[in-house]
Design a protein around this ligand. Structure first.
Ligand SMILES: NC(=O)c1ccc[n+]([C@@H]2O[C@H](COP(=O)([O-])OP(=O)(O)OC[C@H]3O[C@@H](n4cnc5c(N)ncnc54)[C@H](OP(=O)(O)O)[C@@H]3O)[C@@H](O)[C@H]2O)c1
Length: 252
């Protein structure tokens, strides 16, 4: 099977590090023009840009600031032209133990929902609007195993934020398919990144290793090929689907 993303322009959010970085790299290697989105790590985003052979761009937007998110996609479309793919990857996982004062717990809840859910909803809404013009667009959203299996009490907000985007994705897939828009969800388990490092330093490495069916923790490069396939159009009839990549730690 030959996969070519030639003539595709794909925005990957949170591409400065971790899973997003691996996705952006592989999409570019497969021929796409990639817009590398980042928040605070401009140096890492620029480093990635310098490693890519195909044309690519970097753009920042703080997804915790709704004023920056509204209008972000139209701004990119004006600058670069129509976008054929949106990979919603950026996200945060902040621990909020249940014995925190409720005001502090709420602050973490709101930030998590803002970055992982509300910002993503705005990006999808604006992406769909520009996709309707050419009746063409694919959304790949990186959710989490936590959306389906649930998470520990420290990560209630994270699990809730990732669950909401499951129904968002399914709704987009069901409603806009006839207008050429496809939407897919990927639900990774623990994947070796800075985010996982934070969680593993809280719970210990065995917490994750004893949980999975395979011998090694998932790496960002284990997630990227599925995203590339979904962006290629070869799997369009799977629109609306949720795909687990969790090393057999939750089979449902
Ligand atoms: N790692 C795992 O075990 C795991 C498991 C299941 C699901 N996931 C999901 O996979 C996705 C990627 O996770 P990861 O592990 O690669 O995370 P990561 O290494 O922590 O990287 C997070 C990325 O999101 C960006 N980001 C964070 N806060 C942002 C904000 N306020 N505005 C805009 N961008 C922001 C970061 O940008 P800057 O670096 O520029 O700040 C970075 O590029 C997330 O949605 C996560 O929930 C991860």
């Amino acid at each position: 099977m030959n996969i070519s993303l030639k003539n595709q322009r794909i925005l990957v959010t949170g591409a400065s590090r971790g899973i997003g970085r691996a996705i952006a790299k592989q999409l570019s290697e497969s021929g796409a023009e990639v817009i590398i989105h980042f928040n605070s790590n401009a140096a890492e985003a620029e480093k990635l840009l310098s490693e890519l052979v195909n044309p690519a761009f970097i753009e920042s937007c703080d997804l915790s600031d709704v004023n920056q998110v509204v209008g972000f996609i139209p701004k990119l479309v004006e600058k670069y032209g129509a976008i054929s793919g949106l990979v919603n990857n950026a996200g945060i996982a902040r621990s909020a133990p249940d014995d925190l004062p409720t005001s502090k717990w709420l602050e973490i809840w709101q930030e998590t929902l803002q970055v992982n859910t509300t910002a993503l909803g705005i990006l999808c809404k604006e992406f769909v609007a520009q996709s309707l013009v050419n009746q063409n667009g694919r959304i790949v959203t990186i959710s989490s195993r936590a959306a389906f299996r649930g998470d520990t009490p420290d990560y209630l907000a994270y699990a809730a934020s990732k669950g909401a985007i499951v129904s968002l994705t399914r709704s987009i897939a069901r409603h806009y398919g006839k207008q050429g828009i496809k939407a897919f969800l990927i639900a990774p388990g623990f994947t070796r990144t800075d985010m996982a490092h934070d969680i593993l330093s809280q719970y210990g490495e065995d917490f994750a290793l004893n949980d999975i069916a395979l011998n090694e923790l998932t790496k960002p490069d284990d997630i990227a090929p599925m995203v590339t396939l979904l962006c290629s159009g070869l799997a369009d009839h799977a629109t609306g689907t949720s795909i687990d990549i969790n090393a057999g730690s939750y089979v449902h």
